[in-house]
Design a protein around this ligand. Sequence first.
Ligand code: DX5
Ligand code: ZN
Length: 219
Amino acid sequence: MKTPIIAPSLLSANFGLLNGEVEMLELSQAEWLHLDVMDGRFVPNISFGFPVVEAVRRQSQKFLDVHLMIEQPELYVDRFAKAGSDLISVHWEACRHLHRTLQMIRDAGKKSGVAINPHTPVKGLRSILSSTDLILIMSVNPGFGGQRFIPESLERISETRKMIDDAGYSNIHIEVDGGIGLENAGAVIQAGATVLVAGSSVFGSANPQETISKLRAAK
Ligand code: DX5
Ligand code: ZN
């Protein structure tokens, strides 16, 4: 089993001390930082936008994984690219022309990702595999940190793993987002995930850096 990439979600960070939080993550074993952008329309919550992505970019050498939970993401792809994202994920459910939007992300010189809600059938992604670098499987309903992992997500991860392996796209990352902690990280990796997002389990722990290392070592 390959060591997973850990992507701490800044949604659970202390925004009053954002510099310090990013500094702490720079010194951790996390390879990616996960940034959750919410518009109050696609999801019933509003988080942050360009200035925060830019601020994190100025301070971090890590790979910035930007998860757009917004309607019509195609209108903002270029600005999130310029803000310093390394990878931009858009939601399947928010894109009328998903293939075109993924192309826009790649044309902007960034890696592309597709996120899917817990009810969206995994097999719909089969037709866009050549245009994506990552599939982001939501294991909670998007919008908030600190929710419980939906158990059926494990089957969805295995199904995605099988689909991409069978189609010859094994290098596509499978990222899982929502409710991940030390108690279930092993099962999520076993099912086929390569990137684990973790918000509350990292920032809510006494020693976030140690929690990141433990998540990375989970089996
Ligand atoms: C939820 C976000 C997640 C969130 C995860 O909509 O996409 O990235 O921050 O938080 P936890 O790990 O607390 O479930
Ligand atoms: Zn997310």
